[in-house]
Design a protein around this ligand. Structure first.
Ligand code: PLI
Length: 459
């Protein structure tokens, strides 16, 4: 008999969470300008805003903190970190940063010129913003299945290789400083990229002499999807698959806040010694000396240990089971989600659930507010608040291609009864979906507006 897939750990330390009343939440949300980023975390009961930096560390990670060597240069912890990264990622040069976007900023500041184009399956918000900050264009080229939330395909995160080659031919390879592939494709529904797709992208980039980079935040989850879904991979270890993924690339950016179980940290890798030299020079200017890069020695230790733990297949089996559990329970009851469930999150398709709210009234943001009001559950909008653009000629909003509410599951944090509560809250909101109203923007920052935007309810 198949047994329940259980959490492969038990709980040693507990952190209380606070139950609020609906009238309290109505007041708190109003004060936060209907932007859940602006709530105090202690006013949130189940926090699915992000899986970034929110993992529970293991006893071995906490023990490793005590081994942190805080020497400014050449610390023992740096060498341990570098060895752990090299063992999996295999690149010649490892550059530590305080988080993923710092790696992005350094890479794009050096690699991109105004007028350049950086293709990706789908850029994450900070990736897009850092490319645009360097004067270049961030171009999303997801495979056609990746654009349709309801389409079921094993590798919906794949990059559209034909579109990539067309773009290179049209724009000219000299305008494309690098190609990125995000594993798993976070903004596209947490969907994986196959080895076959990575090989094809590598062949095209090689043909035109363009470096290929992976945005590697959720590399272990992507490798586990490959093990489960790609032909010929079932008997391979996740580590071996991850190594093959990286062997196809020339470098990567990484946020250790995801698949390294760390609360902070990141790194940038490359095989190019000249580029690495320039990156280290810039690192010293803004992040720190190249053997700590803005991190404490103890952070380097926690990441080194986390990279080992994240490849544990019992953990990954549990991780996928718990995400799938949420997805299946709500989709069976009729809630439209990005199918199939991703590795780190479930994405509710707000455009399909709330067809009466147009993109200009931000249906996924409105849904985020309703989930908070109904049960103190916090998710994040990945739609026109995050990725909408203004038409430069008319000033009118150009909506994002999808209106999603992401429910990201922090690693090793919540139990099945927490998720049952989230399911109940979503189903209650779904039942009353026709009464949900849209939102109107009252304040927005010039870039990455979703973090600080304020709204009012629209009629
Ligand atoms: O939050 P950072 O700066 O450590 O990492 C930036 C980043 C880069 N790429 C991808 C695919 C991400 O998902 C990402 C950060 N993600 C966050 C914060 C999230 O909530 O998904």
């Amino acid at each position: 008999m198949a047994r329940t897939i259980i959490e492969p750990f038990r709980i040693k330390t507990v952190e209380p969470i606070r139950i609020t009343t609906r009238p309290e939440r109505e007041r708190l949300l109003r004060e936060a300008g209907y932007n859940v980023f602006l709530l105090r975390a202690e006013d949130v009961l189940i926090d699915l805003l992000t899986d970034s930096g929110t993992s529970a560390m293991s006893q071995e990670q906490w023990a490793a903190l005590m081994r942190g060597d805080e020497s400014y240069a050449g610390s023992r912890s740096w060498y341990r970190f570098e060895a752990a990264v090299r063992d999996i990622f295999g690149f010649a040069h490892v550059i530590p940063t305080h988080q993923g976007r710092a790696a992005e900023r350094i890479l794009f500041a050096i690699a991109c010129r105004p007028g350049d184009i950086v293709p990706n399956n789908t850029h994450f918000d900070t990736t897009r913003a850092n490319i645009e900050q360097a004067g270049a264009e961030a171009r999303d080229l997801p495979c056609p299945e990746g654009r349709d939330p309801a389409a079921v395909h094993p590798f919906k995160g794949n990059l559209d290789v034909r579109a990539l080659e067309e773009l290179i031919r049209e724009a000219g390879p000299e305008r494309i400083p690098l190609v990125l592939v995000t594993v798993t494709n976070n903004s596209g529904g947490g969907q994986p990229v196959s080895l076959a797709n990575l090989r094809e992208v590598r062949d095209v980039t090689k043909k035109y002499g363009i470096p290929l980079y992976l945005d590697a935040c959720r590399f272990a989850e992507n490798a586990y999807f490959i093990k489960l879904r790609e032909e010929g991979c079932a008997e391979r270890s996740v580590k071996e698959i991850a190594r093959e993924m990286f062997s196809l690339a020339d470098g990567c950016t990484m946020s250790a806040k995801k698949d390294a179980f760390a609360n902070i940290g990141g790194f940038l890798c490359t095989n190019d010694p000249e580029l690495a030299r320039e990156e280290r020079d810039l690192l010293i200017l803004t992040e720190g000396y190249p053997t700590y890069g803005g991190l404490a020695g103890r952070d380097l230790e926690a990441i080194a240990r986390g990279l080992e733990e994240v490849l544990d297949e019992d953990y990954l089996r549990y991780r996928f089971a718990s995400t799938r559990y949420l997805g299946e329970h709500i989709s069976r009851a009729g809630v439209p989600i990005v199918e199939p469930p991703g590795g780190h999150a479930i994405y509710i398709d707000a455009k399909a659930m709330l067809p009466h709210i147009p993109p200009s009234r931000f249906p996924a943001q409105a849904l985020a507010c309703e989930l908070y009001l109904a049960g103190g559950v916090r998710g994040v909008e990945i739609g026109s608040v995050m990725f909408g653009k203004k038409d430069p000629a008319t000033g009118e909003e150009i909506p994002a291609s999808m209106e999603l509410l992401r429910l990201a599951i922090p690693r090793r944090v919540y139990t099945q009864s927490h998720i049952d509560y989230v399911v109940e809250t979503i189903l209650e909101v779904h039942e009353h979906r026709e009464a949900i109203r849209g939102l109107r923007l009252t304040y927005e920052a010039p870039f990455l507006r979703h973090f600080t935007a304020r709204f009012e309810t629209a009629e």
